[in-house]
Design a protein around this ligand. Structure first.
Ligand code: 13P
Length: 250
């Protein structure tokens, strides 16, 4: 039985003091919930204060990106060791916004995933097709390629990753994939994972859904056999709505 995992991707929202306040609110709402892993992923500049706010609670801390090199002349980048040192345990890799606006490729996703794992961080690796790809009948090809290339060469560490299926057309649009549509792709991803490893590993890996998940649709989405949680954008910016989604996964 896979434990559900609900993570908030705050994107470029909240200052450090706002982050600490939001985490205090989330902690109150989710205190005592042990059946769902809860993660918040604020911007880099908030992480130190966010770590202090999360300390000793059931809210874990994630970052939104990580560079693959350990150190050096890479202006503006952040290494896995820097995140680890702050108390970060998860990191989002290959979010569609990074693919779309910042040149992220399957190759760089793979490098970041390996760097995160090597440092002992749990990568949340994002895959998902655009509307044009879905309408063009390319969904399957795109999702399988992103999964295989993003996760290639991980060996036994494959079992440690979390995957987020985020159809780009559902992100921030209010247009959620139907539970059946999402389930179909989650099952496809799990079959692809089995090709990369074996059935036992594929069955153990958690696959989150992301894209306009909110309290009203979270229960039905997470009720699907291959949907093991959510990666939440907008609805993660308020303690009440984020907590309501988490409670829908209990
Ligand atoms: P929304 O929940 O705002 O659609 O964002 C989803 C997302 O991109 C999470 O990573």
């Amino acid at each position: 039985m896979r434990k559900k995992i609900v993570a908030g991707n705050w994107k470029m929202n909240k200052t450090a003091s706002e982050a600490a306040a939001l985490i205090q609110g989330i902690k109150k709402e989710v205190a005592g919930i042990a059946k769902v892993d809860v993660v918040v992923c604020p911007p880099f500049t908030d992480l130190k204060d966010a770590a202090a706010a999360c300390a000793g609670s059931n809210v874990a801390l994630g970052a939104q990106n990580v560079h693959w090199e350990a150190s050096g002349a890479f202006t503006g980048e952040i290494s896995a060791a820097m995140l680890k040192d702050l108390g970060v345990t998860y990191v989002i890799v290959g979010h569609s916004e990074r693919r779309q606006y910042f040149g992220e490729t399957d190759e760089t996703v793979n490098k970041r995933t390996k760097a995160a794992l090597a440092a002992g961080l749990t990568p949340i690796v994002c895959v998902g097709e655009t509307l044009a790809e879905r309408d063009g009948g390319m969904m399957e090809e795109v999702v399988v390629r992103q999964t295989k290339e993003g996760l290639s060469g991980l060996g036994d560490d494959l079992a440690k990753v979390v995957i987020a299926y985020e159809p780009v057309w559902a992100i921030g649009t209010g247009r959620t994939a139907s539970p059946a549509q999402a389930q179909e792709v989650h099952a496809l991803i799990r079959r692809t994972l089995a090709e990369l490893s074996n059935g036992d590993v594929a069955n153990s890996i958690r696959i989150q859904y992301g894209g306009s998940m909110k309290p009203e649709n979270a229960g039905e989405l997470m009720g699907q056999p291959d949907i093991d949680g959510g990666l939440i954008g907008g609805a993660a910016l308020k303690a009440e709505s984020f907590a309501a989604i988490i409670k829908a996964g209990v």
